[in-house]
Write a protein that binds this ligand. Structure first.
Ligand code: NAP
Length: 239
């Protein structure tokens, strides 16, 4: 077991990008507080891979649409990892829906999981550690006005504004930054045909990989002069 005490809380860490971030942080010597919602089996498998890096990994199940549970999550994490200094808000709801198809329940789900949970986690995290970094996973879609993912895009735009406001209020102890991924690990919400069309339009003409996101996370950890920034890791999609 590595002896340093640095630890990270990663939401949605069981699979996909959250998993890739957890594994990269473990390789850098971070103990991992791995949050998951439904994916218990994947969370256990990811924890197994993390522990091979000789760091500790503890699983934290929490429904991020339940604010009472979210409020308790950070104190549960700090009891286990008092040296936690990194919060990665990666968990997210991503559902297709136009403005006209968005009812209040659909909007509320996106705003709760994608904005209110990161808001509350950031607030509790900032109260619990003397210095640290928050990274909010945003989306290149914030640069445009997506018609097809109205509630999702709105929730990420809100999280983007929050990122800047939190950075300006939480310094110097806490830095707050965002990452805006483009096409990295597409979800089933986007058809293969639509995806290929989107890739053809990108300046770099290819999709990205989790490694591109990991490099952005590591950059934000290492560059202590960066706060309130949002890195587009999207092959130029926002242009
Ligand atoms: N993948 C991409 O190419 C891409 C592109 C643009 C932006 N992003 C952003 O990057 C981040 C990571 O992307 P991703 O594709 O890895 O995300 P994802 O697969 O869409 O979702 C990550 C996790 O969020 C968790 N989650 C959703 N609702 C929850 C709830 N109510 N309570 C607890 N957990 C909940 C789920 O955990 P469980 O499975 O454990 O329930 C899920 O595995 C997201 O914020 C996403 O918006 C990704």
């Amino acid at each position: 077991m590595k002896s340093n005490h640095k630890a990270a809380l990663v939401t949605g860490g069981a699979k996909r990008l959250g998993k890739a971030i957890c594994l990269a942080l473990a390789e850098k010597g971070y103990h991992i507080a791995l949050h998951y919602g439904q994916s218990e089996q994947e969370a256990e498998e990811t924890a197994g891979l993390i522990q091979r890096q000789s760091v500790k990994c503890t699983l934290f199940k929490c429904d991020l649409s339940d604010m009472t549970a979210v409020e308790k999550l950070v104190s549960r994490v700090f009891q286990e990892f008092p040296g936690c200094s990194l919060l990665i808000n990666s968990a997210s709801v991503f559902k297709r829906g136009s403005f006209q198809n968005t009812d209040l329940a659909f909007l509320e789900k996106h705003l709760t999981v994608n904005f209110m949970a990161p808001f509350l986690l950031s607030q509790k995290f900032a109260q619990s550690c003397s210095s640290g970094l928050i990274v909010n996973m945003l989306d290149t879609k914030i640069s445009k006005h997506s018609k097809h993912f109205f509630a999702y895009t709105l929730s990420k735009k809100l999280l983007h504004e929050f990122t800047k406001m939190a950075a300006s209020t939480l310094g110097p102890a806490i830095r707050v930054n965002g990452i805006c991924p483009g096409i990295i690990l597409p979800s089933t919400e986007t058809s293969q045909e639509a995806l290929e069309k989107m890739i053809r339009k990108l300046p770099v003409k290819r999709k990205g990989s989790p490694e591109n996101i990991i490099r952005a996370v590591i950059y934000l950890i290492e560059n202590e002069f960066v706060t309130g920034d949002c890195l587009y890791v999207d092959g130029g999609e926002h242009l």
